[in-house]
Each structure stands twice: as structure tokens, then as C-alpha cells.
Design a protein around this ligand. Sequence first.
Ligand code: AMP
Length: 457
Amino acid sequence: MSFENLNLIEPILRALKTEGYTKPTPIQEEAIPIVLKGRDLLGCAQTGTGKTAAFAIPILQILSADQKQDNSHRPIRSLILTPTRELAVQIGESFTAYGKHTGMRHTVIYGGVSQHSQTEALKRGVDILIATPGRLLDLMNQRFVHLQHVKMFVLDEADRMLDMGFINDVKKVISKLPVKRQTLFFSATMPPVILMLADSILFEPVNVEVTPVSSTVDAIQQSVYYVSKGDKKNLLIHLLKDKAIESALVFTRTKHVADRITKELVKAGVSTAAIHGNKSQNARQNALNGFKNRQIRVLIATDIAARGIDVDSLSHVINYELPNVPETYVHRIGRTGRAGLSGVAMSFCDGEEKAYLKDIQKLIGKQLPVNDSHPYPMSQSELHSNYEAPKKEVRKKPSSHKHGNKSSSLPANTGGSHWANKAKKTEGGGSPPAGSGNNKFSQKSNSGGKKFLGKKP
Ligand code: AMP
């Protein structure tokens, strides 16, 4: 299958060629024809599967077919709601890339920065608006944004919206959209509350799921380093002496540790920056840009801040601290090994984290190879001690995970080989894809047919 087979218009095909895309990813192959036909879509896919292009390309194509030739004021005809500023910016970059020959105009709005340049762009008129919920509501209340002409609506990362407490804002926004519209709904997991929301806003959607295949994790070269907590910093500096690590994304559980090791690495002469919730939007964006253009070699991130980070050809992920939610491990290592590249994931495990490691290995269904050829091995007594972190205190799972069974909650796609995976497509109003084998997705929505946010008649 090639992009030409998807009946895309020449300006888009040209842009995809410039991007170096040779063939569609499974979610693109399935979703693009469905969206071009005008159908609603329920997509079970996470970042890294190519889902942005799966909705951006058909939106650009449909809207440009209906383009006003004059330069009169352009109403917003497509709205993309996404949970984080980083994702919003990245989606904006995708529209810039795929839409550069279409004449479509878009802008991105998010909180934490002055609204001036955003409102100026809105006044000039845009066809496509990419927004986070809080700033969008704010600008709607100030009458800078009018949604009555929206014909294509995308809800991106719905489960993350729920985790981050945005679901009521999302519902408020949806209540202002025209009832007659096309809706594309994406979520990495499908707990019942998300399925209920989907059921209430989609009209006879086609379900597309990127098959969760655990072997996708295998495509990434993984290893674990047993090391005492106090030696982690030295081990990190030691590993970074290897020039083969051109760029590394380093994960910590807390902002405090992220800041501390950033200072240590800078002191050791490694160009490093941190992104986490306490950093201003500008600081986060600068760090991300520096990392993308290779001025910064190491980016230290907490899980929420890293959500959706999309860096082409990231070679290494280092888990400085293991996550206490095992699914997070899979999300983290999925940041490497994109687009068919091989990836390396190194995980540090101290005495207190052995319980987390056990959970991770259970989830991915294999033991991680141990790398003990490093200068900071854990003492034998610590290695064999049975002390594990007190699970009850720290192992809080985000609400989106609590309904699923563990083995089915691997993100749809994580590794380098994942684009070889098949996407599954099923038709019908909100029902799960046949034989998805994913309990989360297979949960029946029990909304009882109550449609509270307006479906198409
Ligand atoms: P996404 O899941 O939308 O965040 O996309 C993940 C990454 O894959 C981004 O860097 C995209 O630029 C890239 N990408 C998306 N579609 C393709 C494709 N068909 N071929 C190659 N790279 C792609």
C-alpha cells in the first residue's frame, strides 16, 4: 500500500514525499479512507503510531476541496483538542508539514503563555484550530473563538484528558460544536468511561485499532542495571561517556530528581535540559527544540511532561528511576525505536525498585537482560535482599488503567517494528473491534443509549 493508493491529492502527496514518508502506517492505511468517506472514527492508538497524519491528512484534503478562493474571513472548520501543549505544538508542526501546498491555514493555542499572538492569528482567520481545553474555553469565553462552522472535530488522547482532569472542559467544548459534524476520537486505552464518552459523541463510527502486539516491545534492545540509589548519578555519567549515545531521553519519577541530575550532568560537561510541570512553557519548548536540533544531548523528563514527545530518530531511553506503574515503562521505551529505527532502553534499578521491575517484567512477559559490566554494581547483600518498596503507598495507578487487565494494557504500538503491525477495523456504532483481545477496548459502553453531547441526527 502506498499513499498514492489512498487517493490523496497531489499537494499532499508532494508534502509527504518531502517528509520522506514512503508508505502509510497501519493506522493511516485504515483511517484515511474512512475519514475521506466522511465517517466518524474511533481510533485505539497511541502516539508513535502515525495517528497525527491519520487525521491531519484527510482533514487537509476535505477542507481544501471546499476552500474559499477569496481571502475573506475564514471560519474555523476543524478543531483538534489535545491534552498537552507539547502535543498541540507537535500536531501544529504536522499540519504545517503535510499542508504546506494546500493553502490551508491553522494555528495552535495553549495556556501558560500570553494569549496575544494566539488571538492575532485567530483574528486573521484559520481553517484549522489545534487547542488544549483550558485556553480554548478561555478564548471562547472572550469571543475570540467561534465554533459554529466546525465540520470536523478531533478528540486526541481522550484517556489522557481524563487522567489530567480535563474531561469536563472537553465536554463543555463539545457542547458548543454543531451537532452535524464528523468526529474522530483517539485514545490509547479504552476504559468504560472513555467508551461512554465516545458513544455519546460519535455517530456510527468505524473502529480502528492498531493491534497490540507484545513483540513490539522486543524490537527495542532493553537491559537493566542494578545499582544503588547513591550511585545512579555516577552510572549515568559513566554511560554517557559512550559517544554512541547521540541523544538520550532520561526519565525520572519526580521533578526534584529531574532537576538534581540535570545539574549534575551539566557539571560533568554534558549538555542537558529538563522538562517537567514546574518549568515555564517557554523553558519547556526551548529544551525540546534544543533536544530536537541536537544542541542538547540529554533531555531529562518526568512522565507527564514527556507524554507525546515526538523526536525523530531518538536512539536511547534511560530509566533513571523505574516507573511505579508498569504500563508507563512501555510508554517510556516507546519513545525510541520509532519509524523502524532500532532503539535502546536502559533501566536503572535500585534495591527499592525491585518490586517495580518485577511488575514490568510480568507485564511485558519477559525478563530484562541484566547488564553488570559497569563500575557501580549493587552490593551482593542489597542485590539479594528482599526489601522492596512498600507497594501500597506508591503504586497508585491512573484511573484509566484501573479497569483493564494487565496483559491487555500494553499500548497499541511501541517499538521499531510496529509499523509492520496490522490495524483492525470494525464497523458499527461504538461497538468494540471484533476479537480485539483488548479487554479495555472490549468493554461494552453502558451509557444506556443516553446521548448527552449531541450526535448527528
Ligand atoms: P505520531 O504517532 O503521529 O506522533 O507520529 C510518530 C512519528 O512518525 C512522527 O515523527 C511522524 O513524523 C512519523 N510518521 C508518521 N507517519 C509516517 C509515515 N507514514 N512514514 C514515516 N514516518 C511517519
